[in-house]
Ligand binder design. Structure first.
Ligand code: COA
Length: 429
């Protein structure tokens, strides 16, 4: 029997279907609410609104669970590689060895960017934020590949665009770094795997031999896996919303890059290090900053703390904290900011304000410290997040565009401005 939920409005009772997800999540399908009752729902910030059905990522914030296509994030982090996880997210299953081999070869074939696109970097000032460069570059890809992308419903063009995006993003990111430090760009070396190739493009210089440090390679692989998808967050919802108009995939995903940039989303990893740095410069005492975060008259928040969905712990943060200790240890780095981070975490977790509001360290709290240890500059952190999130954005866009009943995204509003009033000519105002 169909489950329903009832709404009573102005004395009349209406029934709406209840939708049950595969993990028992429940929702009321209110698509016909307005037609039947004249009501719309109002949910600022989409705190309690499901925007889609999705089979990609399962997240249970209360129990601290995160799974990609049914596989637990901790298992994937331990046993898989970023490219394999990308395949899993995009195509729904773990690949066989032969399929994966083929996939790797395909991705490798598309790592170069058009030489003319390279010239676009010259239009950016040396100190341009790399998120500005990344968003622009990805958007500009549509100028180069419009024939294959203009119809997102064409499966051949869609597949080609997916491969291009995955393959070219590391090259675009590494080139923007090289541009920012004034070094020559390193072209991809396709005998290397996805991560090693990226590290080489970032850190090698032409005249010297460069061997990728396996500790750095593994750490980066792990970080990117942990960032690969996170269901309907701000940037992913942006990708879906823009893509729902059937704008091309590069346009949709560059919008996601821009949404990720803000400090309340992907920009938090940069903000965490800047905050820890400030605490360090002020002598390392964390008390003042915990007090400031609690003070409602200040705009200050503890960066890397709190999450819209996780209210117990962020499973990614647990893995990252351990990885952070391991990487610093293996690379023999002693970072004073790590001690400050641990003191801050300790102080906040003992404080009623944070306990009552269920504010715990999130994925960004320790990830910046690892990036720092790997030699990645602070302003590149959010770009690293974008590199990791690329498969998730692609998978979510693909799921949306392949859904024959997907509609253009178009929320309603409740207008609270002036009611109709007569125009007064400027001379009489
Ligand atoms: N430091 C201090 N107080 C915080 C806080 C933080 N990092 N995060 C949330 N709070 C407080 C809010 O002031 C609010 O307090 P109130 O109930 O007294 O008004 C309460 O906790 C709930 O916060 P709210 O902003 O309503 O939660 P949200 O779900 O809208 O926001 C975040 C979630 C992630 C945007 C928010 O926790 C935040 O800004 N964190 C810091 C940025 C960050 O790390 N972002 C990365 C997310 S992966």
């Amino acid at each position: 029997m169909e489950e329903t939920a009832k709404i009573i409005f102005e004395g009349k009772e209406y029934s709406f279907p209840v939708v049950r997800g595969s993990e028992g999540e429940l929702a009321i399908d209110i698509a016909k609410l307005r037609a039947q009752t004249g009501l719309v729902t109002l949910d600022d910030g989409f705190v309690n609104t499901g925007s889609t059905m999705s089979a990609i990522t399962f997240l249970d914030g209360e129990r601290g669970i995160l799974r990609y296509r049914g596989y637990d994030i901790a298992e994937l982090a331990e046993n898989s590689t970023f490219l394999e996880v990308a395949y899993l997210l995009i195509y729904g299953e773990l690949p066989s060895a032969a399929v994966f081999d083929n996939f790797k070869k395909t991705i490798t074939r598309h790592t170069l960017i058009h030489e003319d696109l390279k010239r676009l970097y010259d239009g950016f000032p040396k100190d341009a934020h790399p998120m500005a460069t990344l968003g622009s570059m990805i958007n500009t890809l549509s100028g180069y590949y419009i024939r294959d992308t203009s119809d997102p419903l064409d499966p051949v063009g869609r597949e080609l665009s997916i491969h291009r995006l995955l393959a070219k993003t590391p090259t675009i990111v590494a080139f923007s770094y090289k541009k920012s430090i004034g070094h020559p760009m390193m072209y991809p070396k396709n005998s290397l795997n996805y991560i090693a190739n990226f590290i080489r493009m970032m850190f090698a210089v032409p005249a010297e031999n460069y061997a990728v440090d396996p500790v750095i390679e593994r750490a980066l692989d792990l970080l990117l896996i942990l960032h690969a998808d996170h269901e309907q967050n701000c940037s992913t919802s942006t990708v879906r919303l823009v893509g729902s108009s059937r704008a091309n995939v590069f346009a949709a995903i560059s919008s996601g890059v821009n949404a990720l940039w803000g400090p309340l989303h992907g920009g938090a990893n940069q903000a965490v290090i800047e905050m820890l740095d400030e605490i360090h410069k002020e002598g390392g005492g964390v008390k003042k900053f915990v007090a400031l975060a609690k003070d409602k008259n200040s705009n200050f928040r503890l960066m890397g703390f709190g999450h819209r969905v996780y209210k117990n712990f962020d499973p990614r943060a647990k893995i990252i904290k351990k990885a952070c200790m391991d990487v610093l240890d293996k690379l023999g780095i002693k970072d004073p900011l790590l001690d400050i981070a641990m003191q801050l975490e300790d102080a906040a977790l003992k404080d009623d304000y944070f306990v009552e509001r269920k504010l715990y360290p999130n994925v960004d709290f320790y990830s910046g410290l690892i990036y720092r240890a790997l030699g990645i500059p602070t302003e590149m952190f959010t770009v690293m997040f974008a590199l990791g999130r690329m498969p998730g954005w692609i998978a979510q866009w693909k799921e949306m565009i392949e859904n024959p009943s997907a509609k253009i995204g178009r929320p309603r509003q409740i207008y609270n401005g002036h009611t109709a009033r007569p125009f007064i000519p400027i001379a009489k105002r």
